[in-house]
Design a protein around this ligand. Sequence first.
Ligand code: PLP
Length: 388
Amino acid sequence: MQKQVYADNAATTPVCDVALKEMLPFFTECYANPSAIYPPGYEVKSVTEQARKSIAVCLGARSNEIFFTSGGTESDNWVLRFALKRISKDKRHIITTMAEHSAVYKTALELQTQGYEVEFLPVDEHGAPAPEALEKAVRSDTALVSLMAANNEVGTLSDIKRLCEISHAKKAMFHTDAVQAVGHVPINVRELGADYLSLSAHKFGGPKGIGALYIRYGRVLPPMLCGGGQERGGRSGTTNTPGVVGMAAALKNATQNMQEETTRITALRDALIQGVLKISGARLTGHPTQRLPGLASFVFEGFGRPPLVRILGEEGVFASAGSACSAGSGDPSRVLLAMGVPNKLAHSSLRFSLGAQNTLEDVDYILEVLPRALERARKEEDFLKNVF
Ligand code: PLP
């Protein structure tokens, strides 16, 4: 049977063993609604609150600053859509970048249609906003600055602490989408000083469909979902207890193993980068060192239309183009374009994201398969050129 290597952990990760084990009883044994006022309900409620505490400890937060959501998309939407509702009508300026995940970017575009002035700060060639650019852009009427901690397409880490300080100096609130960062690089909300921080369990060995929003104590965020008043009225909907338990276990596991795993995965990533860069026309995208431990992203000169991701997949290597549209036929990644990557080159993007299950053998296999996949892509490209 053909070997298969999953190298798309930035898209999603397998649920880690500890998380799965801890979740299982909450599907079939301890299934009571945590809002119920009888003993099984109290028991589940207590476990839910322990999970909240555990997540808070991993992030350097207080329990009452953690609100469960369905994931990163909901957390991002909640902040962007609702953080502005309770502040002065004169503050209608919002700052973000073109390199954000669509959960922030598209919501920001929608806010533009509602009369907010949204400023897209430029990013540097590695995909990070420069603190100096933010210093110039932030104004006394800036309500919210939303800048991601780690870029999901190229893995570049931003200096969130500095960006947050600059925003606060002008009394603007600061949100960071830390969906790719949490569980992979140290995140301490107290040290960062952020007002809001989004996270999602399935990016660090937890289940899909559960995430959280950190809301700094004292910040008021009106609810996006109304109903039964769960999450202290902040987010209605029956608590996803198995998900919450799995998220807490996965985050604890990731936090405890972070140092060791960072060393191991960074070595794999660097071996992959060195190997890929030996291929003629290959270029690394994102910051050479200030990047997520497992993420290696590239563009390949001379390649374009036939999606490398598909061809690699047929060879048993599962990677990504970094963004949904560049995986298919459509436009190249707006993140790469914002970084100044030429349009044609941006079509050839490839993102490998290594995780807990990957080994050096996997990296060797990717390096064995990639030149073959590129050769196939070149042949397909020549064929397409001759036909059309
Ligand atoms: N933000 C970033 C940076 C992401 O990478 C993702 C998912 O890819 C999201 C938000 C959305 O998270 P979720 O899949 O939990 O909705």
